[in-house]
Design a protein. Structure first.
Length: 428
């Protein structure tokens, strides 16, 4: 195919995590690839492990501008990896090993811009920093941390997790491969203000803020369908891995304090904190009002979400918060802490943001928000309309692709709109 026959740029995408129909990192990699392939010629370098599900999706929904290149470490070098065990080390080695594959691709294709999408952590390297291609780095997260006033309220496991995470950030910030990426990136994008500040300390002079979460047109359509809800009972829900920093313990304490009549609380997810949370529910005398539904497939989680009235998501360092966006698209108000990516995602019209001064204060304010929303159906319905509208207008992938387009234009020095933003709080 001749260059003149191709519209747009030739883009090399680095997406270690990339799977259709998934959320989190996998969904980010896939959605950016799919959306930008509607505008440009896109080559995606990803794990061989993702190949089957990607090729099944492409067979069902062909995209002529989207090509995939697969790489994994040799079998002898990855025998020790099982699921999530050792994933960070494996990712690091994968970035080093993928460089040879990337160089081979660049010998055959003259790329205009490269884009590192996943993993979306500012303290991990990317092979794109070693290629002679202008590249966009991000959106990157991982710079938010648990406020010191909340440490004392974490379980021992939670404290250990946060200490290891802080150490990993420090090591990553001093990694010469990460610093090379910071130096070489033409455009650097952060998901939150805290991550942007850490990137500036790495030497990146200009950092653009931009949320990594979004919804496809089909997801917006499915989530926007009205779901019958129990008119006789108010149902609160929290969804996610049961980890200390997710803050489910504060949601449960607030639920007990709020004493909303005819209400119940669903917890959807699995993780190491479940036993601790179950003991807390028993101590609070709420065993008959709280249900632990465990891990559910994504489609079933969304069905359950649609049966709820309020999402409670008191996470302490959430770069994106995809479940909050899904709740908004369902027309469900969100109660969250005024931290991380949720600080810009949730507005006073779509939910309640609670300041994170201390655990005691946060529990008190979450309880007040639960009482306010749980006893005022009119307010819930008003917020539902605003939440659906914000999710559809501000977080659709087609809208977000316009901003990524501007990043590509700036990185490749092709005339186009500036990727800068005048007010970070309005970034999507």
């Amino acid at each position: 195919m001749s260059r003149d026959a191709v519209e747009g740029l030739r883009v090399l995408l680095s997406a270690y995590a990339c799977e259709p129909g998934k959320g989190s990192e996998e969904g980010l990699g896939w959605n950016v690839a799919e959306e930008m392939a509607r505008r440009h010629q896109v080559w995606v370098l990803t794990r061989t492990n993702n190949r089957a599900i990607i090729e099944d999706e492409i067979a069902r929904n062909p995209e002529p501008n989207l090509r995939f290149v697969y790489y994994d470490l040799p079998r002898w070098a990855r025998w020790w990896k099982r699921g999530g065990r050792g994933v960070q080390l494996y990712y690091y080695l994968w970035q080093i090993g993928a460089l040879a594959t990337a160089r081979r691709v660049t010998r055959d294709v003259s790329f205009d811009v490269a884009h590192h999408v996943t993993f979306a952590k500012y303290w991990t390297p990317t092979f794109l920093a070693f290629l002679p291609i202008p590249f966009v780095w991000g959106p990157l997260g991982g710079g938010d941390a648990v406020p010191w006033s909340f440490w004392k309220d974490l379980s021992l496991r939670g404290k250990l997790y946060e200490a290891i995470r802080a150490a990993a950030c420090w090591v990553g910030e001093h990694d010469p491969l990460v610093r090379r990426a910071a130096k070489r990136a033409r455009v650097t994008v952060a998901t939150t203000r805290a991550t942007a500040e850490r990137l500036r300390r790495l030497g990146v002079p200009v950092v653009h803020e931009f949320s990594q979460v979004g919804l496809s047109a089909s997801e917006i359509g499915v989530l926007g369908r009205s779901t019958p809800r129990d008119q006789d009972r108010v149902r609160f829900v929290s969804i996610g891995r049961l980890l200390a920093w997710k803050g489910f313990q504060w949601g449960l304490r607030a639920f007990a304090e709020a004493e909303v009549p005819d209400s119940e609380y669903w917890i959807i997810g699995s993780g190491p904190e479940r036993r601790h949370l179950e003991r807390l529910v028993g101590a609070l005398g709420m065993a008959d009002r709280v249900q632990f539904l465990g891990y559910l497939p994504h489609h079933e989680t969304l069905q359950r979400l649609g049966q709820c009235d309020v999402l409670v998501h008191p996470s302490l360092h959430e770069s994106g918060g995809g479940v909050c966006l899904e709740a908004m698209a369902c027309g469900i108000p969100v109660i969250c802490l005024d931290l991380g990516g949720l600080a810009t995602q949730v507005t006073p019209k779509t939910g309640v943001k609670v300041s994170a001064g201390s655990p005691t204060q946060a529990v008190r304010d979450i309880a007040e928000a639960m009482r306010r929303l749980g006893t005022n159906r009119g307010l819930r319905e008003e917020m539902a309309v605003a939440a659906r509208s914000r999710a559809q207008l501000e977080y659709s992938w087609s809208r977000k692709a316009d901003r990524i387009e501007a990043f590509y234009a700036a990185a490749s020095k092709i005339n186009g709109p500036s990727p800068g933003i005048s007010n970070p709080a309005q970034s999507i």
